[in-house]
Design a binder for this molecule. Structure first.
Ligand code: NCD
Length: 328
């Protein structure tokens, strides 16, 4: 069975994450177009997105192309045979016979596992409903290392991170906290309105791994004395009925005035994006765009080298670990 990347559980240890980050660092010149790579020449990536995506889809596509591979966009929900009633099982068997690796996003949490059962090629989870978004966690952790000028994840011990917003439905925060919890001695501060809190099973896991967790609904208290603030969008598409979403709109918002008044520890500002710019009071205001602590654009760029590293590991794995990686 091919090796899939369905969850951050893919990484059995801290060192395994470090290894991938190290490879991503080596690939930065390729991501920056400072040198060319033909590492994946002849290889085919298939992308299947049954939910909207801009950054994730484009950065996976770009990462694969920059390594010399070719990409086939296998379409979205509307244009695929799903609308004719095709099962995920059939789709997986067939699509995986056309390409060497698949990147799939699906609104149902269980869909990726079903897909993986019959896929003949490695499968990357690009978001399964409210479940996980493991490649986002990888680029987030890579961003934390770079922003804090740390070489290894263990150097992040003692870090305090406030995660704010829709922690119930936000798959990015589920994956990120799980991955970071491998470090130990991380202080997680969860800031969410009642009803959108972090799932208790996840909190238990973080604590079992020797991290501390505090929870509050108060943004000012939550962001005090923290090293990082990770803002999230209220996941409008997950509310049933959709009108329920309205009660949370604009509840948690950080703009320059708020940052200057309450974020006295000068925390790094992160967000997986997209931020909801339709709102009068967006969760992360554009008036912070040129603030040196705003890492969101660097964070999004980090999706390129980390996803390149992931492709290398899944497709060429151990056989490339020596000579060819070093030649990059
Ligand atoms: C996130 C997602 O799809 O989960 N976006 C992304 O991939 N960077 C976050 C979101 O949609 O709010």
């Amino acid at each position: 069975m091919p090796k899939h990347f369905l969850s951050v559980d893919y990484f059995a240890s801290l060192e395994a994450v470090d290894e991938l980050c190290e490879l991503a660092r080596k690939l930065e010149p390729v991501a920056n177009r400072e040198c060319r790579s033909t590492l994946l020449e002849g290889a085919l990536l298939g992308t299947l997105f049954f939910e909207p995506s801009t950054r994730t889809r484009v950065s996976f596509t770009s990462a694969f192309s920059l390594l010399g591979g070719s990409v086939i966009d296998m379409g979205d929900k509307q244009s695929s045979s799903v609308v004719k009633g095709e099962s995920l099982d059939d789709m997986s068997r067939i699509m995986s016979s056309y390409v060497d690796i698949l990147v799939v996003r699906h609104p149902e949490e269980a869909a990726l596992k079903t897909f993986a059962e019959t896929s003949r090629v490695p499968l990357i989870n690009a978001g399964n409903g409210i479940g996980e978004h493991p490649s986002q966690a990888l680029l987030d952790v890579y961003t934390l290392l770079k922003e804090n000028q740390c070489a290894r994840l263990a150097d992040l011990k003692g870090l305090s991170i406030a995660l704010v917003g829709d922690l119930k439905h936000g798959r990015t925060v589920h994956s990120l906290t799980k991955m970071l919890s491998l470090v130990g001695n991380i202080h997680f501060k969860f800031v969410a309105p009642p009803g959108l809190e972090m799932p208790s099973s996840l909190i238990e896991l973080l604590q079992n791994r020797q991290n501390t967790v505090t929870q509050t609904a108060d943004l000012v208290a939550g962001v005090a004395a923290t090293d990082v603030i990770y803002m999230t969008r209220i996941q409008e598409e997950r509310f049933d009925p959709p009108a329920l979403f309205q009660q949370y709109v604009g509840k948690y918002a950080i703009d320059r005035a708020f940052y200057e008044q309450y974020c006295l520890s000068q925390p790094i500002l992160m967000h997986p994006l997209p931020r909801d710019s339709r709102l009068k009071n967006p969760e992360l205001n554009a008036d912070l765009n040129d603030h040196p602590k705003l890492a969101i654009f660097r964070q999004a760029w980090n999706g390129l080298p980390t996803r390149m590293a992931l492709f290398c590991q899944l497709l060429v794995g151990a056989s490339l670990a020596g000579a060819q990686y070093r030649a990059l």
